[in-house]
Write a protein of this length. Structure first.
Length: 132
């Protein structure tokens, strides 16, 4: 999507998770039309998400270190490397799941319907989806 590509090119450089945390806090603090309750809930959501993602990052960094050591070693064990790679993949999938879930939770805090629910309801109202 060209609009998203343009937004990305205009985005200030985020060099670290701390930069992202600072920007997020500022956006929540200054966003027009939010109630104090919404600001509080969004701030809490951002913080709990940060804690979860920090833990995943810690785990994946440890696994990557173990992976490198296992690849470099003379006593290379392909089955162990496969397990490590799968664990890294599982953590990355968990990170993505958390990230996408946060979008839905933020939308609920902001009083927006989750898009998937809206699309299902649209299809139901048009008779395109059967519940049975």
């Amino acid at each position: 999507n060209k609009h998203i590509d343009r937004e990305m090119s205009e985005e200030t450089e985020i060099r670290s998770r701390n930069d992202l945390r600072t920007e997020t806090a500022e956006l929540i603090r200054t966003a027009p039309g939010l109630s104090d309750q919404q600001r509080t809930k969004l701030t809490e959501l951002a913080e709990t998400t940060r804690v979860q993602l920090d833990e995943i990052q810690k785990q994946t960094l440890q696994l990557r270190s173990v992976l490198i050591k296992n690849v470099i070693t003379v006593d290379y064990k392909e089955d162990e490397v496969a397990v490590i790679k799968q664990r890294i993949k599982d953590f990355e999938n968990k990170r993505l799941t958390i990230t996408f879930d946060v979008v839905d939770r933020a939308n609920r805090i902001l009083g927006r319907q989750v898009i998937a629910n809206r699309q299902i309801m649209d299809h139901l109202s048009q008779g395109r989806v059967s519940l049975y």
